[in-house]
Write a protein that binds this ligand. Structure first.
Ligand SMILES: [Zn+2]
Length: 292
């Protein structure tokens, strides 16, 4: 049996969102554990179950997220950055469109001198585009921790993401390098977005770890009157986008069709890059592949 020939099960988003987590977990296992990981090949054909890269018994999970050799060779970082690039392009588009949006008189009064309070709900009027929580400012800046130049694939605009991330020193000097920072100097408000591409069952754990990592930074920045909102987001390595990611998109005003499109692109990017890692599981040398 050749795993590349195995059909992946397609689920609609409405089906996924409506599912209990254990049901989702079952379907994922049902769908993917038939792939011929070395462990499965041993079960089926008595083959050597070792990971070709590191000799540990290789489950699908090992190949997807747990192989030390893959980690040191940068395979998982490559996948992470592909998904981050996709997310960053969406956020960058939204940032530009919000900065270009004039303040309404009401917003002017509401936000020019006040500070956004924790728990504030965005109040968008039906006639204006979705601005989400970013409506409080028009001076949003963004940095993303990617080292490759991204050309946004439309004739309409080019998004230059060729900026190594250095945390804005006006907020806090730190050695932490979050994946993406979106900040407004006028509001002294920053969103720190940390992306993880975990094994789907580890999504909760990844969220807690990331949140803790930035707790001190947020507290210290607060001493300088900056409000830091940490938003860990996850896109499961098999293409199941965590609800926390959907929430982030909604919060920053990416809604409706644009949101569905973003979710689809994130899922596809994670799934295709994981697929590539599986295809390359027996290659000792690693060469990244551009996923377009
Ligand atoms: Zn391994």
């Amino acid at each position: 049996m050749n795993w590349e020939s195995v059909e992946k099960r397609k689920l609609s988003w409405s089906e996924i969102w409506g599912m209990e987590s254990n049901r989702l977990s079952f379907i994922i296992r049902e769908t993917y554990d038939v792939l011929p990981s070395p462990i499965n090949l041993q079960l089926w054909f008595g083959k050597d179950p070792s990971c070709p890269l590191c000799t540990v018994p290789a489950t699908l999970k090992h190949i997807s997220v747990g192989c030390r050799t893959s980690l040191t060779q940068g395979r998982y970082t490559w996948r992470h950055n592909q998904v981050l690039r996709c997310l960053a392009a969406k956020v960058e588009c939204k940032r530009k469109s919000i900065n270009a949006q004039p303040f309404t008189n009401q917003e002017e009064r509401q936000f020019s001198s006040t500070f956004v309070q924790e728990g504030d709900k965005p109040r968008t009027s039906p006639s204006t585009p979705h601005l989400g929580l970013l409506k409080v400012a028009r001076d949003w800046q963004m940095q993303v921790d990617l080292d490759q130049r991204l050309i946004f694939p439309t004739e309409i605009m080019q998004v230059d993401l060729d900026r190594r991330l250095i945390f804005p020193t006006e907020i806090k000097t730190t050695t932490l390098r979050p994946d993406l920072v979106l900040w407004s100097t006028s509001q002294k408000l920053a969103y720190v977005i940390e992306l993880t591409v975990p094994w789907e069952e580890a999504i909760e754990e990844a969220f807690e770890r990331k949140k803790l990592q930035y707790a001190n930074l947020a507290a210290e920045a607060e001493d300088r009157s900056w409000k830091i909102k940490v938003r860990p987001v996850e896109v499961g390595c098999r293409g199941f986008v965590a609800s926390i990611t959907e929430k982030l998109l909604r919060e920053i005003g990416i809604r409706g069709k644009a949101q569905r499109q973003a979710m689809r692109e994130l899922a596809n990017t994670a799934e295709r890059t994981s697929h590539w890692l599986l295809l390359k599981r027996t290659d000792i040398t690693w060469a990244a592949k551009a996923v377009s």
